[in-house]
Write a protein that binds this ligand. Structure first.
Ligand code: 3UK
Length: 546
């Protein structure tokens, strides 16, 4: 087999006989995802669309090569990390693939975090190179100043003197560094319950597994698709949706650097006409609310080219598939979306450790309120506290196994031992499998929350609240809002009584703004005399949830 190639043998037997993937001995994944498109004749095809313009496959390949040549010129060594706090833009692609192509390890980070988080990541990864979008300077620059480790090269992604300008001077030709399918390829940080993020280390082969078994064999993507993901590229979910999947089939990705909102997403959909749309439940709920405010226009009056404006129904007709992940999609949101748009939403559960979705609904086989069935080639086991498999219909902890799993967390043997159990990965979720074989989510087995699809650690929010002089004790739990979506709720014991709870809640919210990412802010504050605790003094969050 030729170097840097992968062959896929489709065995159309569905879940029972998954496609078989074979990797060449020398395998750098940048070749099939980037270089291959030229030999397959896609030079002039659009790879990326943004409001700034379109990027062809030819330009993509050249810029990835320029970027790779530049990073290599920085006296970096094989395996060195390139930390990225980069918004959704084409430079994200150049950096990520340029790094992989020269044998470096890109580490895309959540761009919504605060300087404390970035300081930790700079130190934990001991990054050799750090690139950030100027939009995030206020959080990234103090992190770099405070960090005990200083990256050899720090650079802005765009603007004056940036990566964008520098790479123009480098050669657009580059040979991929030798690697193998099981070599470390990139990292993704995921939040831990103690607030300290942990980097899941992924191999070159992992993304191929998600493309073949989920994107192609489950979702049915193809070369003519146009992908738009409201979830950003730095999430494993968004990275699959808007970069890895389209590049696998030679399709087109649409990127927006704006905060996801109903207006933003409807506007992008009308302008760029994606065929596949990827959202999270909180956003689907907000989009539905927006649609509720628009008087239904009869189909024959809808103008296809109309820009999204406050009172016209957005034209969603380009979309052939909607996907949801990140947190459970309530059946009612699915029902209302079907009613309003005539489309279904395919809910699937994925994780940073698994890289993408491993249990999913399908267009021809779905059950509202469930996560669906196993994606071909993945296996699940629902176990009790002793590790024994439970009977159908009984709730237990979900373990999964499959070809895309991160093998370990960087620099964190304790978390690795807790999560990676031989071939099995502990998801931290509780599930049951119903009589028809669908997997149904029942909540986390730890206290972690998913808010708008993003991790939230109650402990981190509590320690922020406790730092306020008027807060003696704090406990944070998840509470379902009117759309059945989980948001943080705070229970607080005060040092001294307050005469206005409302004013205090506002002040606490302002206090949260200093250190917490916005999605972590409590949506409700309750003032209580004491918190329920165990004999050993541990807060009983399950009692507050009631
Ligand atoms: C929860 C869900 C119920 C669940 C992700 C798609 O979310 C992703 O990765 P994360 O590491 O979080 C993983 C955890 O999130 N979760 C995700 N999807 C669902 N719970 N129903 C769902 N559909 O607790 C899981 O353990 O942030 C999602 C693709 C790639 C991803 N990384």
């Amino acid at each position: 087999m030729q170097n840097n190639t992968v062959t896929v043998k489709n065995t159309p037997g569905g879940i029972d006989s998954p496609s078989i993937i074979t990797y060449s001995t020398v395998f750098n994944v940048a070749v099939p995802y980037i270089d291959r498109h030229i030999s397959e004749g896609r030079s002039n095809k659009t790879a990326i669309r943004t409001t700034e313009g379109d990027i062809s496959y030819q330009e993509l390949v050249h810029n990835v090569n320029r970027c790779g040549n530049f990073i290599r010129s920085l006296a970096t060594a094989r395996g060195d990390r390139v930390l990225m706090v980069v918004k959704d833009c084409s430079e994200f692609f150049y950096l990520f693939w340029g790094a992989i192509k020269v044998g470096l390890v890109p580490v895309p980070a959540n761009t919504l975090l605060r300087s404390g988080d970035y300081q930790f990541m700079v130190e934990d990864s001991s990054a050799a190179v750090m690139v950030y979008s100027p939009e995030f300077a206020t959080e990234v620059e103090p992190a770099l100043a405070a960090a005990a480790h200083k990256p050899g090269c720090v650079l802005k992604a765009t603007g004056e003197g940036s990566l964008q300008e520098i790479i123009a001077e480098h050669s657009d030709e580059l040979e991929a560094a030798p690697a193998s399918a099981s070599d470390d390829c990139f990292w993704l940080y995921s939040s831990g319950s103690t607030g300290r993020p942990k980097a899941a280390v992924h191999r070159h082969r992992d993304m191929v597994e998600t493309c073949v078994h989920y994107a192609v064999d489950t979702l049915g993507i193809n070369e003519s698709d146009v992908f738009f993901s409201a979830a950003k590229l730095f999430f494993a979910y968004g990275m699959g949706n808007a970069m890895i999947f389209p590049l696998w089939v030679g399709a087109t990705a649409v990127l927006s650097d704006q905060r996801p909102s109903p207006d933003m997403t409807f506007d992008i959909i009308q302008r760029f006409k994606p065929t596949l749309y990827f959202g999270v439940p909180t956003l689907y709920a907000a989009q539905l609310q927006k649609l509720d405010e628009i008087p239904p226009t009869p189909l024959y009056e809808r103008e296809a080219s109309q820009a999204a404006s406050d009172n016209t129904w957005p034209d969603l007709s380009s979309i052939r598939g909607c996907v949801s992940a990140g947190e459970a999609l309530p059946a009612d949101i699915l029902r209302r979306w079907q009613e309003k748009t005539g489309m279904t939403i395919l809910d699937g559960i994925g994780s940073t450790e698994a890289l993408h979705i491993f249990i999913s609904n399908r267009a021809d086989d779905y059950s509202p309120g469930s996560s669906g069935r196993m994606v071909p080639s993945y296996q699940a086991k629902i176990v009790d506290d002793a590790g024994a498999a439970v009977a159908t219909g009984e709730i237990g902890r979900l373990l999964i196994k499959g070809g895309s799993m991160a093998g370990y967390y960087w620099n964190n043997p304790e978390k690795t031992a807790e999560t990676m159990l031989g071939e099995w990965v502990n998801t931290g979720d509780t599930y049951y499998q119903d009589e028809s074989g669908y997997y149904v989510y029942c909540g986390r087995s730890d206290d972690m929350l998913k808010v708008g699809g993003i991790w939230c650690s109650p402990a981190e929010i509590e320690s922020c609240l406790i730092a306020h002089p008027q807060v003696l004790e704090a406990a944070v739990v998840g509470r379902a809002d009117d759309d059945q979506l989980i948001k943080p709720e705070a229970f607080i014991v005060l040092t001294t009584a307050t005469d206005s709870e409302e004013a205090l809640s506002q002040e606490l919210l302002n206090h949260c703004r200093n250190t917490l990412a916005r999605y972590k802010f409590p949506r409700w504050f309750n003032y209580v005399d004491d918190l329920p605790k165990t004999a050993t003094g541990k807060i009983q969050r399950f009692r507050l949830r009631k």
